[in-house]
Design a binder for this molecule. Structure first.
Ligand code: ISE
Length: 339
């Protein structure tokens, strides 16, 4: 890629798409938003206020046909990812795709098959936790063996509330999906089994949701991980992980910032949602992607193969969510193309 500044097309200007437009315009170097690809005029107009030079297209194929972009960020809902990614691959355009790669393993499989017909990986998937500094430090600590072998991971994933469109399956496909990527990445071992437990229901959750849930993962190396997934906890947004080792423990995701003592209480501000909790991680993942596109490697983070493995884990997780019991996951051999 020879351009001084990569011309990025952002496909979808909803919550994450709009957030990425701001990020690329103001916090990422070496790229700018050249095209906003969004059929909804209000959303497109709002995004163009942040990127006034950008051209607006109703569909990605129009932007590709016009030769307007060098790379695309896909931030439309997951069910539209497959056709969008396949068009971008056909045009040999590097892709940053918000998670999930696709909602089911069959469509993810079609994508990795299409990508392997190219000379190198073209797709980076937006599992941003890998770019969170504390997550990266914990992974290094685990790999270092400094506190002995990793034994367990206790993960907490709490949302203050969720949108009306959020349904029961999204507990797995939209929320736990992050741990299904992060846990094997941290522990250096694939998931062998998954189980979902329901306990007492949060009466503050909308009627359509039965939560919180507790997800139990067993990894191929024997490490156990449990995930508390709550999406109506009211007070704020928390993502924490405690690692238990043979001779120690480590905790990431504690609230940071000023601690105040007031009215007989100690307090610290908690995040309201993921856009601030993971703001630095989102910035870093896009900067790393832009750098990879500029140097021609295209991907320096979670690949489409990682996305495919997570889609398989989500499928097993949904089976566990609906039918209970311990669900086995088949181990997949990673093709050399993705190593
Ligand atoms: C949302 O889509 C995300 O990706 C957030 O990271 C997650 O915490 C939240 O539960 C999801 O709904």
């Amino acid at each position: 890629m020879t351009h001084d500044s990569i011309r990025v097309g952002v496909v979808g200007a909803g919550l994450m798409g709009a957030d990425h437009v701001t990020r690329i315009q103001h916090r990422v170097s070496g790229a700018h938003v050249e095209a906003i690809i969004e059929p909804d005029a209000t959303r497109a107009g709002a995004a163009r206020e942040v990127a006034p030079e950008a051209r607006i297209f109703a569909g990605m194929d129009d932007a590709l046909a016009a030769g307007a972009v060098d790379a695309v960020v896909i931030a439309v809902p997951g069910q539209f990812h497959e056709p969008t990614i396949l068009s971008a691959l056909e045009a040999r355009v590097p892709v940053f795709c918000e998670k999930p790669l696709t909602p089911d393993p069959e469509s993810s499989r079609r994508i990795v098959e299409a990508e392997q017909r190219l000379d190198k990986p073209h797709i980076q998937v937006g599992f941003m936790r890998r770019f969170d500094r504390e997550y990266a430090q914990l992974r290094e600590l685990i790999a270092s063996g400094l506190s002995g072998e990793l034994l367990m991971l206790h993960c907490i994933h709490r949302n203050a509330g969720v949108a009306e469109a959020y349904n029961q399956e999204m507990l797995i496909t939209d929320s736990v999906v992050h741990e299904l990527d992060a846990v094997p990445w941290l522990a250096g071992s694939p998931i062998r089994t998954i189980e979902v437990k329901y306990g007492r229901r949060n009466s503050l959750a909308p009627d359509r949701l039965r939560e919180p849930i507790l997800v139990l993962l067993e990894l191929a190396n024997g490490v156990l991980a449990n995930i508390e997934m709550s999406v109506n906890i009211q007070f704020g947004y928390q993502v924490r992980t405690e690692a238990v080792f043979e001779s120690g423990a480590a905790l990431i995701g504690q609230p940071a910032g000023v601690q105040q003592w007031r009215d007989g209480q100690i307090c610290r501000r908690e995040h309201a949602d993921f856009t601030t909790r993971f703001a630095d991680a989102y910035d870093r993942e896009l900067q790393v992607w832009v750098d990879a596109v500029r140097d021609g490697t295209n991907v320096n983070g979670p690949t489409a193969w990682d996305g495919y493995e997570v889609a398989l884990a989500c499928e097993a997780g949904l089976r566990a969510l609906h039918h209970g019991g311990v669900v086995d996951l088949d181990q997949q051999e990673r093709p050399a193309f993705y190593s």
